[in-house]
Design a protein around this ligand. Structure first.
Ligand code: NOJ
Length: 753
């Protein structure tokens, strides 16, 4: 009897759930069709010029992030409905002023305000490459959330982030903006950032539209030179470079930005395959695509378009919906339509996509929805946001070396002197990094490393300071003072690295050693024989072999943002146990570039650096990076057991679990990121020597162990074959689990169809 009651109960429940799902689905469908109806009703009223106006984006008159075209008619154009969006216009006051102009236009279509909110807005977070080192998706999502809350309170509707370009060459200055070299990690981070920016969904006043950029393959610019060409196989494009974009689209990214580079001979901006076939076709993307700054017009110097008329035609037909700053659309599209070179359907499709987002953002209901002074003020110097940034900063640092010197004691019984040396010790804004806005009131919020350390230490500690040298010059006159300070100290902390504008857009460098005479300063200080802890602040993987080999400890701090000083002090004194892992390989020399962990084996692989006889190797340089992808130490010490597989001979579409026990044999509780790599031993196309396929960040107390299990299914084994079919092939697989890409336990399994 009870059995029947249970079944009846279950059936009722099912009817209820199905009913609810159906009702939900119906509401969604009605909402979607209502939206389409609204979009169509506006579109019907629009003249061709007004439609083209929506596809036009201008930089505002106050700040610029690219080469500007002087335009004294700009404001008049807003008033006459010739502008759909503006960038670099922020703040409630300015955005309101411009929106008021747009409200004078015939159809009163609101403007969209876009901005590069790349790693925080008023509270600056670590650069994205630094955040990627946390391997902590919740923290990364939170960081994007705070950025959205702060920027939306300042009238911003749309951030040009996340940048999801896979990058294997640290000479490229823009590696700082992305998640590094790995597709799997990069895809997870793309998802987290989109979710963070868009929060509970467009239409909420604290959600900004995300923009996945730069579509596509911008990170593969030849030689790491910005804006350079990209030539790659379709297999590599699909397998390595596109998945983070797909992840962003799946996470609901409202917009995409195309890129400056040409891809296999076709500039991305005029690339139909990328924008129409893949993005809007195969992926069914419903948002809109904005060009990069001037990239429509730049198809002329590319040698792909004769003039702006042709450039506008190629870009619009290829699926670029909005022209950022090249003025090619506004000056040519209407004529192109009249002359039959661009179909009205192409224009309507682009405008529909743009209007849809304006409706979804709620701007038609209230164009000043994001213009609330009170809200804006609450986000200035917001302490809760600062705490989130500090947490993110602590999680982003990577401990590269530690010869029993860290963490430092806060208090000592005997008097102690800490020597603090280097150009970043008292610096403030250099910790912010590229793509941060220099708010006058913000420098007071930034605690320097010097102050951060001073706040931590007790009465017995004295701090001695010497700058030693500037970041990037040849003057050594401060060395003597630095050496004297070091000689008087019990322990020395040196801060070196890149100034905030040495990595970023158009900041490619052929020499990525520590700039200026900073490494010489490190040498002079190490020569005193004192224990030396080196902190490196930078926007990219740098080369600092001597320092890595000779300093007592090294922490890579990236550009950590507003909370840098306090976060660094927390790590130095053990209030936070470092847990970051490198999201990019750190080269030994520029001559190795690009160097990345998931390379192919080649037909003549070298077993090691002594194995060079007719091998794929350098005769004068090691094959191995200085620090591999996934590497990073802790004050804990994590030891891995062998891997146990639930099944070594799986068949068909099943799952296998791989289990390891990780023990913290150190004296400090800490977090470890356990990484799963897989190698497909033989394929119809060659496969990388290993590929990241999973990771788990776990907290393990000193002296304790945790059992970590990964579920492996056939999805994880899939790849693109030479026909671009995405599938798995039966055969042998090496399953690797470990603490970095170069330090794993491994076991074989054989998977049949
Ligand atoms: C050019 C950059 O490539 C892009 O990332 C950025 O969003 C735009 N400029 C706007 O600043």
């Amino acid at each position: 009897m009870t059995k029947y009651i249970k079944i009846a109960g279950l059936l009722l429940m099912q009817v209820f759930v199905t009913g609810r799902l159906f009702a939900q689905h119906r509401t969604q469908v009605t909402r979607a069709s209502l939206l389409e109806h609204k979009v169509d009703s506006v579109l019907q009223l629009m003249t061709l010029d007004e439609k083209v106006g929506q596809m036009n984006q201008y930089n505002g008159p106050w700040a610029a992030t690219g080469p500007l075209t002087n335009d004294d008619k700009l404001l008049d154009q807003v008033k006459s409905g010739k502008v759909g969006s503006m960038l670099n216009v922020t703040g409630v006051k300015r955005t309101r002023e411009l929106q008021q102009l747009a409200m004078q236009s015939r159809l009163k279509i609101p403007l969209l305000f876009g901005q590069d909110v790349i790693h925080g807005y008023r509270t600056i977070f670590p650069i994205p490459l630094g955040e990627a080192a946390s391997w902590d998706m919740n923290a990364i999502e939170k960081s994007a959330r705070v950025a959205a809350i702060e920027s939306s309170a300042s009238g911003v509707h749309w951030t040009f982030a996340p940048m999801v370009d896979i990058a294997r060459d640290p000479r490229w200055g823009r590696v700082m903006e992305g998640a590094g070299e790995d597709t799997y990690l990069g895809s997870a981070i793309a998802t987290a950032r989109v979710k963070g920016f868009q929060g509970k969904g467009l239409g909420n006043t604290d959600a900004v539209m995300a923009c996945a950029k730069h579509f596509a393959a911008y990170g593969a610019a030849v030689g790491g030179r910005d804006y350079n060409s990209v030539d790659m196989s379709m297999r590599q494009l699909y397998e390595t470079y596109l998945p983070p974009f797909k992840a962003a689209a799946d996470a609901g990214a409202a917009t995409f930005m195309n890129s400056f580079n040409d891809l296999n001979g076709v500039p991305a901006t005029g690339n139909k395959l990328l924008q129409r076939d893949i993005l809007k076709g195969q992926w069914n993307f419903k948002g809109f695509v904005v060009s990069d700054w001037g990239s429509v017009g730049e198809m002329i110097p590319h040698g792909f378009a004769k003039d702006n008329y042709e450039a506008a035609m190629l870009a619009a037909n290829a699926g670029s919906d909005m022209d950022m700053e090249s003025r090619s659309y506004i000056n040519n599209l209407a004529r192109l339509v009249k002359e039959g070179k661009v179909k009205m359907a192409v224009i309507d499709d682009a405008v529909r996509r743009i209007l849809r987002k304006k409706f979804e953002m709620g701007l038609f209901d209230d164009p000043y929805k994001f213009s609330n002074e009170e809200r804006e003020k609450q986000q200035w110097n917001n302490t809760a946001n600062y705490e989130v940034a500090k947490d993110m900063a602590r999680k982003s640092m990577v401990l590269l070396k530690n010869q029993n010197v860290l963490p430092l004691a806060k208090e000592t019984h005997a008097p102690r002197i800490i020597g603090l040396i280097g150009p970043f010790a008292k610096a403030k804004s250099d910790h912010l990094g590229f793509w941060s806005y220099d708010w006058p009131d913000d420098s007071s919020r930034i605690v320097s490393v010097y102050d951060g350390i001073q706040q931590k230490t007790g009465a017995n500690t004295r701090l001695f300071y010497a700058k030693g040298c500037n970041i990037n010059d040849t003057v050594r006159s401060g060395f003597n003072e630095a050496v004297t300070v070091a000689a008087q100290s019990d322990i020395v902390i040196i801060t070196v690295g890149e100034a905030r504008d040495m990595s970023g857009e158009a900041k490619s460098r052929s020499n990525i050693h520590l700039p200026g005479v900073q490494e010489e300063l490190v040498k002079a200080v190490v020569a005193t024989g004192k224990p030396v802890i080196v902190l490196i602040s930078a926007g990219r993987p740098l080369i600092f072999n001597w320092t890595a080999d000779n300093a007592t400890a090294v922490i890579y701090t990236w550009w950590l943002g507003t909370a840098a000083g306090e976060a660094i002090a927390d790590v130095l004194f053990g209030d936070y146990n470092p847990s970051g892992k490198l999201p990019m390989s750190f080269p030994l020399s520029e001559g190795q570039l690009p160097v990345y962990y998931n390379h192919y084996n080649t037909g003549r692989p070298a077993k090691n650096d002594d194995d060079r006889f007719y091998r794929s190797a350098y005769t004068d340089l090691s094959l191995y990076p200085k620090f591999p992808f996934g590497y990073g130490l802790s004050y804990g010490k994590f030891d891995y057991s062998d891997i146990t597989l639930s099944n070594k001979n799986p068949k068909g579409n099943t799952t296998v679990t791989a289990t390891v026990t990780v023990t913290n044999n150190g004296n400090y509780d800490g977090e470890e990121t356990v990484q799963l790599y897989i190698r497909d031993m033989v394929g119809s196309v060659v496969r990388p020597v290993k590929e990241l396929k999973g990771f788990q960040k776990v907290f393990i107390k000193a002296g304790e162990s945790k059992t970590i299990t990964f579920t492996i299914n056939t999805e994880l084994l899939k790849f693109y074959n030479d026909q671009l079919q995405f599938n798995w092939e039966p055969g042998d697989f090496e399953i690797m689990i470990g603490t970095s890409s170069a330090d794993v336990k491994s076991v074989m399994l054989s998977w049949s169809k």
